[in-house]
Design a protein around this ligand. Structure first.
Ligand SMILES: *Cc1c(COP(=O)(O)O)cnc(C)c1O
Length: 392
């Protein structure tokens, strides 16, 4: 599918096709914890598994289901499961498929809390994780034999290393290893990893899927069999289910996902190009600059990073910004900035897979929807302040 086809397909999915008992254009929020039964026979049949219907919202809720079905359609998946956060989706997914003694192969530079999950809870369960440079197929191929799961992001957190997702998924399959990919950065508008051969795709829905910085949520999508396994193995007991109100916010956010992604893409590319030409900037890590995009990635989003040349005071720069706010997370309407030093300060081990490669003078930007020109004026003035080392 070309980028344009994907855009039109996604636009159709987000606009229509919700079951709706009132013929209202927006579905209701079924804000209930439990569902009652009309008779004993009905209740017994349901708990015997003879029919599927909502009984309790930790399992199945109609509003949450609308979001799950839409997301499954966007990712070209048979099914999807919504979670109370991206980390709930990651932990419930990974823990559904590994047991003590197993090994996971993971690309270096993953989302910091995914890394911490691997290094704390998984380690305690005697599950080991090997980190590899995902751009090096030979290196990945060497680690795969005997592994249970291959975990990836593309592009990776912060340093934006891109991968040939299809080639990696093919390699993993050859070794009998299932592939899980975090697709939060590209969103299903710009990358559909299941079509590239991945087994499961997950998102922090707190980012682009929600898109308005007002919800923390997650989702995983894949084949009916793999989703059924997560639904029955970890979801009920870890219990991090998506709530009906958050699902409703996500359905609302999805309406504009394709349009928002195009706007983030255009503004971020423009700003990345201008930064690359700026004498105070030594490098820009944006997958859309320079080389062609890796196969399967049809567009780029609003999150990227760059490194200042020596002599720019990052603290003064950060405090001089007026439109970019200092804040973690990303994917919303607003522009954000995080200095690399802040991430490095949280890492116990500076060369761990979490902080490795994050330059002291780097800055991560999320380019929101304010427009490239006003954002650029803000950046330019703050860079001038940073060069002078004085407050604006
Ligand atoms: C934010 C983020 C997560 C975690 O999601 P939460 O919704 O914050 O739990 C996972 N992966 C990536 C790439 C993220 O940016």
């Amino acid at each position: 599918m070309t980028g344009d086809d994907a855009f039109h397909e996604a636009s159709k999915i987000v606009a229509h096709d919700e079951p709706n008992p009132y013929e209202a254009v927006v579905p209701p929020i079924v804000q209930t914890s439990l569902f009652t039964f009309s008779s004993y026979a009905d209740m017994l049949a349901t708990y015997r598994g003879e029919r599927v219907r909502p009984t309790y919202s930790r399992g199945l809720n109609p509003t949450v289901r609308i979001f799950e079905e839409k997301l499954a359609a966007l990712e070209g998946a048979e099914d999807a499961l919504g979670f109370a956060s991206g980390m709930a989706a990651i932990s419930s997914t990974v823990l559904s498929f590994v047991e003590p003694g197993d090994r996971i192969v993971c690309v270096r530079h993953v989302y910091p809390d995914a890394y911490r999950l691997f290094e704390t809870i998984l380690k305690r369960l005697k599950i080991t994780v090997t980190y590899v440079d995902g751009r090096d197929l030979d290196a990945v191929g060497k680690e795969l034999p005997g592994a249970k799961l291959f975990y990836m992001e593309s592009p990776t957190s912060w340093v934006m290393e891109t991968h040939d997702v299809a080639a990696l998924a093919r390699l993993a399959r050859k070794h009998g290893v299932m592939t899980v990919i975090d697709n939060s950065w590209a969103s299903p508008v710009f990358q559909q990893p299941l079509a590239l051969g991945c087994d499961l795709v997950l998102h922090s829905a707190s980012k682009y899927l929600g898109g308005h910085s007002d919800v923390v949520a997650g989702v995983v999508a894949g084949s009916a069999a793999l989703i059924a396994r997560i639904r029955s193995t970890t979801l009920p007991y870890l219990g991090g289910k998506l709530s009906p109100f958050d699902a409703w916010l996500l359905i609302r956010g999805l309406r504009t996902l394709p349009l928002r992604m195009k706007a983030h893409e255009a503004a971020a590319l423009e700003i990345a190009r201008r930064l690359a030409d700026h004498p105070a900037v030594s490098s820009v890590q944006h997958p859309g600059l320079g080389n062609a995009l890796p196969p399967g990635l049809t567009g780029t989003s609003g999150l990227f990073s760059f490194v200042f040349a020596e002599g720019v005071d990052v603290a003064v720069f950060a405090d001089a910004l007026q439109l970019f706010s200092l804040g973690v997370s990303w994917g919303g309407h607003e522009s954000l900035v995080v200095p690399g030093k802040v991430v490095r300060a949280q890492a116990a081990e500076p060369n761990s897979a979490m902080a490795f490669g994050i330059h002291e003078n780097s800055v991560r930007l999320h380019v929101g929807l304010e427009g490239a020109d006003v954002l650029w004026r803000d950046l330019e003035a703050a860079i001038d302040a940073g060069i002078g080392g004085r407050a604006r």
